[in-house]
Design a protein around this ligand. Sequence first.
Ligand code: PPE
Length: 313
Amino acid sequence: MAMKKSDKIWMNGTFVPWDDAKVHVLSHVLHYGSSVFEGIRAYETKNGPAIFRLGEHIERLMMSSKIYRMEVPYSAEQIETACLETVAVNNLKECYIRPLVYRGYSHVGVDPRGTPIEVMIAAYPWGKYLGEEALTKGASVKIGTWARMAPNTLPAMAKAGGNYLNSQLLKLEAVEDGYDEAIALDVQGYVSEGSGENLFAVYKNEIITPPVSSSILSGITRDSVMRLATDMGYKVREAVIPREMLYIVDELFFTGTAVEVTPVSAVDRIKVGSGERGPVTKALQDAFFGIVKGDLPDRYGWLSMVPQSAAKR
Ligand code: PPE
């Protein structure tokens, strides 16, 4: 799937034309996966484009950088402003924003000390992660044969480029086998998350999701859905989930910036509930999309409006 280009990419403090945003082939990041990144969405609202939970995403980018001892040469505030400007200069309304912090070019060798820490931010249109139809019909998933990283191998809380080698193994296995997506177990055999999404189950009138200790990325959409569900009166709990529970729950859905809130219709070809999108999933989708698109009041202060004046830069 070729991506849709936009005009300009923010690279180390300046905007460069999309086709000129390049790195040297001996950059540390290419050889050793030394990057941390974010995925953020902006939605079109009646008052212009708005970025969803920008502050939390950049906070996580800074935490991921800290875990890998990468000294980011910009403040969180500067990166937030740069994200808003990147959407504006490209005249984008609905888009995906990808900030990346990476170790650049100085020398090859595992010891990363001395490599320049570089930052880029791109914004471009990105449609529905698992296809438009999955939002209503649900995704068919399999339990991957690859486990998520053991907690003392790669830190799952850091959204690091290298973690996505594990995600790629999971995703490739799933799509090659005819599924939309894979769910990974952790090294203990408990449910962790999808290749690029968190997972929620609805079971006996409770909403449950694996805890951070199950090697998940602590998702910002996950946090948003937990807050929305609690305020809507649902009982929400983090719980260690055994694999077989996925076969008997009433509803199952993914959350994530790219995937938004997407139902899961079957696990290992076993139908989840009736195999249709369930009522709790639907209610949470309505609440989530209502807020991000500005149709419902932004009662949690989750939207950052893109200043239109920034477009003139
Ligand atoms: N787990 C993983 C492994 C993950 O990659 C994501 C986001 C999430 C959970 C959900 O986190 P959050 O976006 O904060 O709710 N995955 C990003 C990258 C997807 C990609 O293919 O690239 C995303 O959704 O932007």
